[in-house]
Write a protein that binds this ligand. Structure first.
Ligand code: TNX
Length: 511
């Protein structure tokens, strides 16, 4: 208990003798910018059966005090956490800094305290210590594909909370794809009536359907709830609308936006659909309209426009697309994607946000340099993007695609392929080459073709995401893969308490 091992590892963690006890007399003191984090702490303690009121910081009864406006390590998310037998003090310059401090305090509690039930086994004690900490990267992300398989709001909230526990600060929601559209857009009702539903693929097969419809979507209120819950934890939700490829579900609802005009169904199989948006004013107007809803609901600084895996076949075969490319003065139809995304970039920029795209957006005409690039393909894509002046989030599929197998042993649930062990993640050192663009950070991906339920997402996410959080947070000089793996078993007791369906370190359970 007094030896709590923290993940990610903080810059400084000194252990002192003695313990602080959280009990019925514990009171949380906080003012102004510190109050949001104070209420999250209140909820954490309430889960463990302790109802600690939140009072003004100056209240002499406050035994856990949160103070904003005291920058630590010259970093907006830097914090200091001091536990003595009498008092706990959490300090930082910003709301976000205190949000991180609260999560570290949560990890200092006995793992059983993370259970959502009063702790039966004795008092809630925290070892006296001093933590001083700041993150390495400003983008510490995790992605969740809610398009291939819809995930209920309750799970998205839980997923956000698990990200918070690991001091991540970005949750990227992949809201649209060939197999489903998950976002209510009031001006286009067929997106949720038609594009949100499909026949479910039998797990493990791409050619068999079990007859039941699969689908669902988030209402604007659902999305606002997710955004607010994340904001309480100083987590930014990055919405992704994948364009101009990965849109077969859109074309099922509005075939006139496609290149053939023919009716088509929401895609049931995985892989890349050949059906993409037509390079017309109508398709661009549609996308701008969707974007308007996205900008309205998601207040964060980034909007992801996709841009991955957009086959040019239909454009090559369509005389209208060829004529359009010529009319726009483009070198070839290959540049129509860049034309399309640049049109949307203007809207995103006008609203004061920045566009994010998968690394294909640097090809065939590219994007303005302020576009953030997610480098997912081979190792050369990150350096190519920073060389072109883009800020980059490294998410190479070899180490950050958590839909890969976790071992080559028998008994792993069917996965998309590839092998990415927790050791691979722990040992990873991200490299995006040498500027002028910057390495903003790293992100783990949960593509859900083979992850039909929240439980399967958790199995593939953990413990690899715990290891990735340390890559994202901890300064390289302080980071050691072996030490991380030594600390993991204790961390898994926290995930046990939270009932997370992680993959055990010694392999999948039989059956
Ligand atoms: C590639 S990564 C995709 C996704 C798939 C994923 C499966 C990227 C931008 N596109 O559509 O789900 O591989 O690993």
């Amino acid at each position: 208990m007094s030896d709590a091992e923290l993940i990610p590892l903080p810059l400084v963690h000194e252990r002192h003798s003695g313990t602080f006890t959280v009990d019925a007399g514990t009171t949380i003191g906080a003012d102004g910018d510190a109050r949001r984090a104070a209420w999250v702490l209140h909820d954490v303690l309430a889960g463990a059966g302790v109802r600690a009121p939140v009072v003004p910081a100056a209240d002499p009864g406050a035994s856990i005090v949160l103070r904003a406006g005291e920058p630590v390590r010259d970093h907006p998310e830097g914090y200091r956490l001091t536990v003595t037998t009498e008092r706990v003090v959490l300090e930082g310059g910003t709301e976000a800094a205190l949000a991180r401090a609260v999560q570290t305090f949560r990890q200092l509690l006995p793992p059983s305290a993370l259970r959502r039930a009063p702790v039966a086994d004795g008092p809630l004690t925290v070892g006296c210590c001093h933590v001083e900490d700041a993150p390495r990267f400003e983008w510490r992300g995790v992605h969740l594909d809610v398009a291939r398989h819809f995930m209920p709001v309750s799970f998205v909230l839980r997923f956000v909370d698990l990200a918070a526990l690991h001091r991540l600060n970005v949750v990227h929601l992949h809201l649209t794809d060939d197999q489903g559209w998950r976002l209510e857009v009031p001006s286009h009702p067929r997106l949720t009536e038609v594009a949100a539903w499909r026949a479910e693929t039998v797990v493990g097969r791409t050619d068999a359907f079990d007859g039941t419809p699969h689908g669902g979507y988030y209402t604007l209120d659902d999305l606002r709830e997710i955004v607010a819950y994340a904001a309480e934890r100083s987590i930014t939700v990055v919405p992704e609308i994948d364009l101009p490829g990965h849109v077969q579900a859109v074309l099922a609802a509005y075939p006139e936006l496609g290149n053939t005009g023919r009716p088509i169904e929401v895609r049931r199989t995985w892989g890349i659909s050949p059906h993409v948006l037509a390079p017309t004013d109508e398709a661009l107007a549609f996308a701008r309209d969707v974007l308007g809803t996205v900008l309205d609901v998601f207040p964060g600084p980034w909007v992801h426009l996709g841009g991955d895996e957009c086959p040019r076949t239909e454009w090559r075969e369509s005389p209208a697309a060829g004529a359009r490319a010529a009319e726009l003065g483009l070198g070839s139809v290959d540049e129509l994607q860049s034309w399309f995304l640049r049109g949307l970039h203007a809207d995103v920029t006008a609203s004061g946000r920045r566009v994010v795209g998968w690394d294909e957006v640097i090809d065939d005409g590219g994007m303005p340099a302020d576009t953030v690039v997610m480098a997912w393909q081979n190792g050369a894509r990150g350096p190519a993007a920073t060389a072109a002046g883009h800020d980059v989030v490294m998410c190479p599929q070899q180490v950050t695609y958590f839909d890969h197998y976790q071992s080559d042993g028998a008994g792993e649930p069917l996965a998309i392929g590839g092998l990415t062990t927790v050791e691979d993640v722990a040992a990873w050192e991200p490299d995006a080459g040498a500027g002028p663009g910057r390495l903003l950070g790293v992100q783990g991906q949960l593509w859900t073709e083979y992850l039909p339920t929240p439980a399967t997402v958790e199995y593939m996410a953990f413990p690899r995401l715990s290891a990735l959080a340390e890559v994202a947070w901890t300064a390289p000089a302080r980071r050691d893969a072996g030490d991380l793996l030594r600390r993991l078993p204790e961390h898994l007791r926290r995930l046990d308490a939270l009932d997370v369906n992680y993959r055990p370190l010694d392999g999948p359970l039989p059956g």
